[in-house]
Design a protein. Sequence first.
Length: 511
Amino acid sequence: MAREHEENRNNHADQPQLSLNDQMKRRFEERQHLVDSGINPYPCSFDVTDYSEEIIAGFLEENRENVSVAGRIMTIRKMGKASFFHLQDSRGKIQIYLKKDDVGETAYNTFKLLDIGDIVGVKGFTFRTKTGEISIHAQAFELLSKSLRPIPIAKEKEVDGQKVVFDAFSDREMRYRQRYVDLIVNPEVRKTFVKRTAIVSAIRSFFSGKGWLEVETPVLQPVYGGAAARPFTTHHNALDMELYLRIANELYLKRLIVGGFEGVFEFAKDFRNEGIDRFHNPEFTQVELYVSYKDYNWMMELVEELFYRSALEVNKSDVTNFLGSEISLKPPYRRLTITDAISEYTGRDITGKTEEELRFIAKDLGLELDPKIGSGKIIDEIFGEFVEPKLIQPTFITDYPAEMSPLAKGHRSKPGIVERFELIAGGKEICNSFSELNDPVIQRERLEAQAKLRLRGDDEAMIVDEDFLRALEYGMPPCAGLGIGVDRMVMLITGEESIRDVIFFPHMKPE
């Protein structure tokens, strides 16, 4: 069905720049004019049967009849009796050709009152313009939502032969605060979050495929535990008791292992009352897994398989570019004990050192330490400052001193050491795992030692959870546990440099 079509010459009509208030005032007036004309600017529904991406990908030279799309106007060129605009839907963008004789005078007059940002529905047929752009010739047109606030649209100008972008919505703080605008005008941001969903789905499918049960445990806890962190506190009025937003779900998942489940996992929103930076957000996502009759050696192999398969599924490659480094997630990963790692990167041997000796080493390295922290925290500070940032390729750091890991089982052949590993990649911890401590007597001793650290002023030390200890006294089988920072895993696989780029609505200071 050959038809002549006018060409879209310029995406933006030459109009005087109005202030934000003037633009909004004009849009409110347009809305009222539509209402006064008997047109509902916010109808209930529209029958969408097609999407821009599929239309463009599947286009053949012959016209495709009866397509129905809906989305937001992103560019607009109003002319006399025919106009062009670009419609952006959830999957991409496509050009629309609108002619008064085809859609009718009422619909075309409605179009004249529309702006960039308005949401519309279009029915028509596909064609290719003289310049080769796949487009839709509208035969029916409907306003679905009038936008009262203008969206920022980047403009391109040629300066000294180079294309220069002006007025882009690129300020990071504004993008994080107004993620809804960010998603509209920066389509690549949406791709990151689509990948995030794919990564979560890959983890869930991987664990479920092994026969392990996905569960839910309390977010509000009377006793917080499972990690060294400060909690958020709240009050339950009916019970007149203090409760805490969980810092981890570990101790509840272990209760389920005691109860007889062989493998359980949970995607958990956890909350830690700590600082905010490129790798930390007070509210974050973890997935924790506990499997009976396994140990941390088995878990290392599982983690290698999980990360490799997730990268292939999302990126179609095991290689990712993160913070300027090309990182391969293909197994096997390097394994290095924490003492060997500190020795390799600082030249200091911390094996068997007392707290006083560790403080001297830290001071000699230039670290200023809080006098309230113990040996475990001192080692953690040394590792975090001098070793972790240098571990770019995936590396398992293993065999931590017991002081650093009160919930991990003692090493089967190394006194004073526990069976624990952390996966470090891109210079940051991505996941943590233990052969889980299941001796209730030793577990009580470890938690009571943590309580003494709290008395010294370490407010991140763990507290004694009597109900958890009671559960262990009923008997927990040998068990391997794993906690993965989902946000950091997404950062690694997508190559995003900040946790705020992989969380839809990160926490911000008040405006």
